[in-house]
Each structure stands twice: as C-alpha cells, then as structure tokens.
Design a binder for this molecule. Sequence first.
Ligand code: SF4
Ligand code: SF4
Length: 350
Amino acid sequence: MEEVGLKRLTGDALDRYFGTLLDRFQVWAPVCIPAGGRYQGQDAVQYKPVSNWRDIVWDRRSDYSSREAILPITQTLYTFTGDDYREVKPKQAKDLLILARSCDIHAIRHLDEIFLQNGGYEDSFYRRVRDKIHFALMECTHEFDGCFCASLGTNDTDDYAMRLAFDDEGIFFEAKDPSLDCAYATPSDRVFANPTENELKVEFPEFRSIEEVNELKSHPMWDEYNSRCISCGACTIACSTCTCFETRDIVYSLNHHVGERRRTASSCMVAGFDAVAGSKGIRLEAKDRYRYKIMHKIYAHDARFHTGPMCVGCNRCSAHCPQLISYPATINKVSQALREIREQEVGYGE
Ligand code: SF4
Ligand code: SF4
C-alpha cells in the first residue's frame, strides 16, 4: 500500500496542538536529564511527563525505555496502620499518551504477558495504568548504534493512536485515532519511514527439545562470564522487557505496624535475588545468573507464552554494561553452541 504524506505542524500551530493533547493526556516522552548519565557530566535521556514539545529528544535512542511510564523503578502499593491497610490510589487521573519507538511498544506487549497473562492472574496495579495508555509511534530517524530490531521484527508496529516524525522546526504526523487529528495542520509529502534492516544481525536460536536446552546449560561458553560479569544488574534495569521486582515493607517509626509496602525493580543478575528460606541461593555464580537471564529471554518466555524471545532488540542492556558484555554477541554464541551440540549428536549417531 502506498504511503500517504504526513501532516505538518510547526511553531505556534504546534504549540496550540500540543496544548490540546496536554488538556487530555499526561504526555510521556524521552527528555534530557542533564548530568544524569553514567559518567560525570554525561547527560541521560529518560522518559518523563512533558509539557513542551521542544523538550522531546527525538534524534537519539533513550537510555531507558518507556517502561517507566507504566512500571516505575519504585512504587508504593499499600499503606498500613495497625490492622488496617489501604491501596494507594493512582496520582494520575488523565490518560497517558506515550511517545514511543516501535521496539518500545513491542516491549510493553511483553510486559502485558508477564503482568496480565501469567498463570491466570492480573496485576491490578499494572492493569489500572495499562488501560489508560495510548501510543504515539515515533519514527526512528536513522538506525541507532547497536540496534537489532529487524532481527526480531520489532522495527515496525500497527499498535499506535498516532505516529509522528520530528525535525528541528516541528512534527510530521498521522492520526489513526480521528480524535487526535488537527484541522489546521498542513499537508506534506513526507512519509513515515522506520529502518527496515540493521547493520547488526542477530541469530536467535530455535530449540527443538528440552534436551538441547539442558545440554546448552552446561556448555563451556558460559564460563567466561564468571570473570567478566560483576553482577551489577545494570543490564536488566535498563532492559525494556525485564520485569523482576522485590516487594518490601518500609516502616515509618518505632511502631513497626505503620508503614508502606513498596514494589521496587530488581534483577536476576544480582547475587541473592534468588535466595530462599535459610538464605540459600540457587544460582551462585555470575555465569549461572547470566545464563539464566539469557535462557529466560530466548527460551523460557517463549515456552510459556509462545510469542518469541522476550527481547525487542534495543540493545540498551549492552550499552549499560560496565564490563562491555554484548548481549547480541552472546545470542550469536548461543546459536553457534547449539550448532556444535547438534553436530556432535549427528557424529555420535554415525
Ligand atoms: S536488547 Fe537487551 S535491553 Fe533490549 S529488550 Fe533485548 S535484552 Fe532487553
Ligand atoms: S550489566 Fe554487565 S556486568 Fe552488570 S550484571 Fe549485566 S552483564 Fe553483568
């Protein structure tokens, strides 16, 4: 189907249109956090509510995904006093309009699987925000460093209420939801164009049996991560699709019956995350935790939900790793190890 030209809004007209969006929505978009990056003086790009379209950072990948709009790093679920407790009501009454890349919209689909379709239970705290979310798909102006969305098919999506592209003067947009259209926008011949392929190609393995999965678990490819990975968890906190959290009760005073219950993001990469009664852990070495994370991404999630890898190819994990461990390189190594396992099996059979 031939693409139709997007509509154009700039300057005062865009201010006016953005004002109508703000009347109706809390608008979330990537913004610059000065000196908020990993190294001294380095900026970060992170999702926040915005009140001015000029604050939106559109020409680079955000350091963290739009996941924060629906799943904050830390969130108070309940307050309690004595024998009574109360669910904390959401602060936001308006619907949310999230300006998100295609991969980030696909990532929310994976969050939906975990929080709404897992074991027949819905997480009500997630549900109450999810029902208010509308997506404005942001064009990727160019391929950002290290992306491999095309290897997963997450480089495009139909799941949006509107889609838009930016330049220095304003936006080009198309409203799929007619209520987001704008009568005073001007026509243009600019079309929406996300990247269709990436320089980085990643081969996600397809497992034929649980025996193959178990053989891969003891493959020597994991050994190097014992010395390389420092179990900091940065890769998972930055990940668009990771959902591990801890629940803790925080008490306010000497009276331990008064306080709040918080859900806080956590990581399967951190030692002690899997501790059970008696403080005994299950995955004791860094390589065990790394293998667990990778196998969850490329095998276990699909085994449960049948929706492919729990990954959208944003490569934020590798960008945040202080040890320069590359997630896509690991996946390609897994595919190579799987080929070796299959070749050995053929050899034994001869
Ligand atoms: S590329 Fe890395 S950060 Fe992005 S979704 Fe996949 S595992 Fe998560
Ligand atoms: S960011 Fe790197 S070093 Fe830290 S837990 Fe993840 S893989 Fe290991």
